[in-house]
Each structure stands twice: as structure tokens, then as C-alpha cells.
Write a protein that binds this ligand. Structure first.
Ligand code: DX5
Ligand code: ZN
Length: 221
């Protein structure tokens, strides 16, 4: 089981895009630990969101950790731009380039914490030989591309398997979950060993952000 207190990372994807600055400040005041930023290119996933200029514009507004989830391919040519825009942590999918190890090295070389994201169909073994470079392993509990999708219970054994692999390293690698996280799904995820929880709809779709964040944290505690 994870030793650290659960981290809650609201996903800006579910925020009001006409009021992003206010939304970001609101979740920070509401107790968010990290801000999760979903970058989509309309190619790797069937949706388009935003890129480095938006992240750069938001960076001066907050001290929250920027947890940048890149759903773009190829990813390597854009690592520098996201690091320079203010990303603290950069998450990539193994399918978004031919050399995952090199991509993770590049993220670290640019001063950011590297992480790998597993799609629902991506096996646990895909991180086997890159775990030494990872600060995060993130499990998608929906298919990437959209917020508000139904949680995939099928991924719970994968979370448990990754918990074992991470514990075996002796390092505090974050085991993060993205997709369908709610106070209802968080207890099962925490029991499987997750310690970091991305939540879009469950935070920005709630009337009271502080209550929504606290409910997830309590459910995961
Ligand atoms: C989906 C994104 C998620 C998304 C989660 O591709 O990676 O971060 O915002 O949204 P919810 O929490 O609504 O499932
Ligand atoms: Zn995400």
C-alpha cells in the first residue's frame, strides 16, 4: 500500500474554457494538490485541446504542480516546448513514439519529472525496462480523449500489479489514475494501491470544488 497521503489532481479539461484563470485559482483555493493538463492532438486521440502557449499563460497564476498529460504523436519534438511552458511533470504514452526510454530521458533532461501512461489495452510489461526513469506510472481507467466516460473496472488488477512492481523498486513512484475517478471509484483504486487521483468531471462538474476534492481525498484515504 502507498505510504503517502492521496494526491488529488483536478483535470482542467472539465473546466469552463472561457474562464480558465478563474477556474485554476478556484481549484487551488479548494485544496487541489496538482493541476492535470490534458494535451490532445486530434491524431493520437480523437479530440483536440491546447498546447504550450496556454500552459505558459496559466503558469504565473499558480504554484500548483503542473501535471501535463501528452496525448500527441509524435511526442518527442514537443517535449522542450512543454518543459519551457512550465510543466513540472510530463506524462507520455508508450505508443506515442518509437523510443520510450529516450523520450523519458529527454523529459528528465529538460528538468521535468517523467511518467508513463498505460491505455486500457496497454500491458503492465510495457514499463518493465523504463521504471528506473519514471516518477509516475499512470493507469487510464477510460480510453483517452474525453472526460466524463464510464470507469473501467477491468483496470483494477492492473493497478494492483503496478503497485507490486513500484514497491519492489523501493522508490516513491506515483501510481496515478486518470478517468472516471469519483468518491465512488476512489476507494477501490486506493485499495489496489493508487495514490494519485486525476478528476475532471467529479471536481469541475460539482457545485462545490472544495467539497468535491475533499470527498475524493477522504474516499481514497
Ligand atoms: C481523458 C483525460 C482525463 C479526463 C478525465 O483522456 O486524460 O484526464 O480529463 O476526465 P474524467 O475525470 O471526467 O473522467
Ligand atoms: Zn489526463
Amino acid at each position: 500500500m502507498p505510504a503517502r497521503a492521496p494526491i488529488v489532481a483536478p483535470s482542467l479539461l472539465a473546466a469552463d474554457f472561457a474562464r480558465l484563470g478563474e477556474e485554476l485559482r478556484a481549484v487551488e483555493q479548494a485544496g487541489a494538490d496538482w493541476l492535470h493538463l490534458d494535451v490532445m492532438d486530434g491524431h493520437f486521440v480523437p479530440n483536440i485541446t491546447f498546447g504550450p502557449p496556454l500552459i505558459k499563460a496559466l503558469r504565473p497564476l499558480t504554484r500548483m504542480v503542473f501535471d501535463v498529460h501528452l496525448m500527441i504523436a509524435p511526442v518527442d519534438p514537443y517535449i522542450a516546448a512543454f518543459a519551457e511552458a512550465g510543466a513540472d511533470r510530463i506524462l507520455v504514452h508508450p505508443e506515442s513514439g518509437p523510443h520510450l526510454h529516450r523520450t523519458l530521458q529527454a523529459i528528465a533532461a529538460h528538468g521535468c519529472k517523467p511518467g508513463v501512461v498505460l491505455n486500457p489495452s496497454t500491458p503492465v510489461e510495457s514499463i518493465e525496462w523504463v521504471l528506473d526513469l519514471c516518477e509516475t506510472v499512470m493507469v487510464m481507467t477510460v480510453n483517452p480523449g474525453f472526460g466524463g466516460q464510464a470507469f473501467l473496472d477491468s483496470q483494477l488488477p492492473k493497478v494492483a500489479a503496478l503497485r507490486k512492481k513500484i514497491d519492489a523498486t523501493g522508490r516513491a513512484i506515483a501510481l496515478e489514475i486518470d478517468g472516471g475517478v469519483t468518491p465512488h471509484t476512489a476507494p477501490r483504486l486506493a485499495a489496489a494501491g493508487a495514490d494519485t487521483f486525476v478528476a475532471g468531471t467529479a471536481v469541475f462538474g460539482a457545485p462545490d470544488y472544495a467539497a468535491a476534492i475533499a470527498a475524493i481525498r477522504t474516499a481514497a484515504g
